[in-house]
Write a protein that binds this ligand. Structure first.
Ligand SMILES: [Zn+2]
Length: 304
């Protein structure tokens, strides 16, 4: 099955390159426009060129052969300088090697989905900076294109950036694994246009209950790692819980015997003002309980 997906990816990559060079119309309905225009060839207008990746600065940059991703530090983000099809074109591997889950200490991973925006995300970043805490932001490609400066700030302040699809629309994402993967690649392009690197970590909008085995095969064979969560504030539920309810929701999920590795789902799009209010208390009690604050990487233990 994996070989099948690799083969399909090669075909896609060849089609993408061919389409970009020749602009033929034959298979255009099968090839997303955004993928057909590689990020490296089209810096965004009125923007400076994308920054070059800087090895081992505030993050780990994957080796060409992906052999350096078994880390002893759960607080450093991991990125790749290559978009997936570039790895394919250069003959480099893109399926990750087995990584031992990081379980050396109790770690909490604060995660914020659906941003960046220019209202709530900056407030969350202010709190994280004041508390000296790192977190993970699963961003949508269309939001990245709208708020590139906020994405840069997330990156520059040492947080991890994950891929959360381009437009978050279930009716488009879950028509099949290729539709899902097209949005992941589209968002990789958007992210790299801004920060010069792309993530390995993804989160499926709504979680992996939407996946069947074909989605899993696609994700794994393309070298992405999906993480859901094992605690949440429920800040995206229609009832829109206030801050104290959100704190209590996290306590409820953690229970009397909290897991050693905790991934908390929150959101940073513009109506999540109660999440901002709840965040300091959530950080404080987790710190009191002895948790270290990590960022999601390919070695982060799965929450299930
Ligand atoms: Zn989401």
């Amino acid at each position: 099955m994996k070989k099948f997906f690799c083969l399909m990816l090669m075909i896609l990559a060849v089609c993408v390159v061919g389409c970009a060079q020749e602009k033929t119309s034959g298979d255009v309905n099968q090839i997303p426009t955004e993928i057909a225009k590689p990020a490296t060839e089209e810096p965004p207008p009125e923007e400076q060129p994308a920054p070059q990746a800087q090895p081992d600065k505030d993050y780990i940059l994957a080796n060409d052969d992906l052999s350096n991703l078994q880390l002893d530090d759960p607080t450093k983000p991991v990125y790749d300088k290559y978009i997936l099809w570039e790895r394919q074109e250069k003959g480099l591997p893109f399926e990750l090697p087995y990584l031992e889950p990081y379980e050396a200490e109790s770690v909490v991973y604060l995660t914020f989905d659906d941003g960046p925006d220019d209202k709530v995300t900056p407030q969350i970043l202010d709190i994280l900076k004041a508390e000296n805490v790192k977190a993970t932001f699963y961003v949508c490609g269309n939001m990245v294109e709208t708020y590139p400066d906020v994405l840069k700030r997330i990156f520059n302040e040492g947080h991890a950036i994950g891929n959360h699809s381009y437009n978050h629309r279930y009716d488009q994402l879950y028509t099949g694994p290729w539709a899902f993967m097209e949005q992941i690649i589209q968002t990789d392009n958007a992210i790299r246009n801004v920060i010069g690197v792309r993530p390995f970590i993804i989160r499926a909008p709504g979680g992996v209950s939407h996946f069947n085995s074909d989605y899993w095969s696609m994700v794994e064979s393309c070298g992405y790692v999906e993480h859901d969560w094992n605690a949440l504030t429920e800040d995206a539920t229609p009832s829109q819980p206030n801050a104290s309810t959100q704190v209590n929701n996290v306590l409820k999920y953690l229970g009397d015997n909290p897991p050693r590795s905790v991934i908390i789902l929150m959101h940073s799009n513009s109506d999540k003002v109660e999440t901002v209010k709840a965040l300091p208390e959530i950080i404080h009690f987790l710190r009191d309980w002895g948790y270290k604050f990590g960022v999601v990487t390919p070695m982060t233990p799965q929450p299930w």
